[in-house]
Design a protein around this ligand. Sequence first.
Ligand SMILES: [Zn+2]
Length: 464
Amino acid sequence: MRCLGATLPKSLNSQVSGRAAIDTERMKFALRADLLDFTHAPAWGSTELDGVRFRPDHWLMVDGKRIAGALPGSQTPGPDWQLHDHRGRLLMPGFIDTHVHSPQLDVIASYGTGLLDWLNKYTFPAEQRYADPQVAHEGAALFLDALLDHGTTLAVVFPTVHKVAAVALFETAAQRGMALVTGKVLMDRNAPPALMDEVAQAELDCEDLIQRYHARGRNRYAVTVRFAATSSREQLAMAGTLCRRHAGVYMQTHVAENADEVRWIAQLFPEARSYLDVYHRHGLLYERAVLAHGIWLDNADRAVLRDTGTQIAHSPTSNLFLGSGLFDWQAAVDTPHRVTLASDVGGGTSLSMQRTIAEAYKVQALRGTRLSAWTALYTATRGAAEALGLAHEIGHLDTGTQADLVLWEWAQGKVAQNRDDIARGAVPGLQMQDLHARVFAWLMLADERNRVGTWVAGRWHKAA
Ligand SMILES: [Zn+2]
C-alpha cells in the first residue's frame, strides 16, 4: 500500500481531498491541475500554439496504469474517482532522457578534463566498482530513484561492461514499474583490463540478457557499444548481428563528441569515410539507434542519420561542461534527422531535464538561433517517445497512455514566482504575456525542486 497522504509534504497533503490516506495503486483517481502536452511536433522556431495542448484547470483521470480521459475542472468526476486537487500546479507526461550513464552519478561534477582524459581519470576507475553485485544493485536503486525524483520516467541508460550492472537496472526498474532501455556495455580494447570483455562471451551475455529482459514488462534491451574506439571490428560486427537478430532491440553508442576523439577514430578506422560511417558499416544505424552528441558531423553524415532513422541524443550540459562543442540543431532540422534530449550524466551536470533544456537553449543561442520552449518540451516528451517508437505508450496525455506523470510547481522561490505572476498576467500594469513566455520562463528557472510528485504507470513514486 502506498499512502499518498502519508508521503506528501504537509502543504500538499492539505490539498488532497476527502480521505486522509489515499492508495493510488491500481485505483481510479483524478488529478486537478493545468495539463500540458503535445499532439504533434511544433514547427521549429515557432512560439505559436501549433501542436501544443494546454488545458488549464482540468482533471486528468487515471484508471489503474493508464490515462482514462480528462474533464474541465468545473466537471467533477463521479464518486468512484478519488480526487486530488492540485489547482495552480502543472501536470505533464514524465520526461524522457535518451542518454545517461547510471554509474556516473559517482563522478558527476569532476574537475578539469576533456572527454578522453575524463574517461581515463574519473569514469573508468569508477565503473570498475560495478563488477560487485551489491554495488550494482545499490547503484541502480540510487540512479533510478534519482531519475524519478527529477521527473524523468523513461531513460536510455548505459550501465557498465558488467552483466550484473545491466541485470541490476532491469530488475530495479521492474520493481518500480518503470520503463527502461538499457543493455550491457560492449568494450574489448583501449580500456582498463577490468572493464574489457571479449567478443564470444559478450555475445553470450547479450543473448542471455535479451532472452531474460527484452520486452518483458516495460524493459527493453539496447545493444550498447561504448564508442568505436573501445570496440574491435569483430565486436562491432557482433553488435550489428545482434541488432538484426532480435526484433525491437535498440542500439546505443556515442558519436563525434569531441575533436580529439574524432581524430583518434579516423586513425583506428582509416577505411571509414567518417566516425559515423564506422557504425554504418557494421549495421548499427537504424530507427532504434540512439547516438549521443553528434557534434562533429558533416552533411553526408546527417543524410545517413536521416535515411536510417537514427536519432542524435543531444546532451548540452555535458557538451558545455567537457568543452566538447556546440551541437548544430538547425542543421538537423534542415536535413532533417531526429534529435532527442539527454542529460549524459556524469559528463552532464544534472539529471534535470529543465536544466538540460536551459543549456540547450544557450547552445543554440551561441550558434545564432533560438530553441523555442515548444520544440524543447516536445523533444523531451512526445518527440522522444516518437523517436523511440514508444508514442503508443508514453510521452503525452492521450487516453489509453501509460500514466507516467509528473506534477510540478509553476514557480519555486520569490524570483520565479514574480516572473510567473507577470507571465500569467497577474501583475496589474504589466501587459499579459503569452503561454510560450510563461512556459519558457519555467523551463529556464525550474528544476527538480519544482517537482511535487511522480506517478509511474499510475503508481505514486515515493521520493528516495
Ligand atoms: Zn555518454
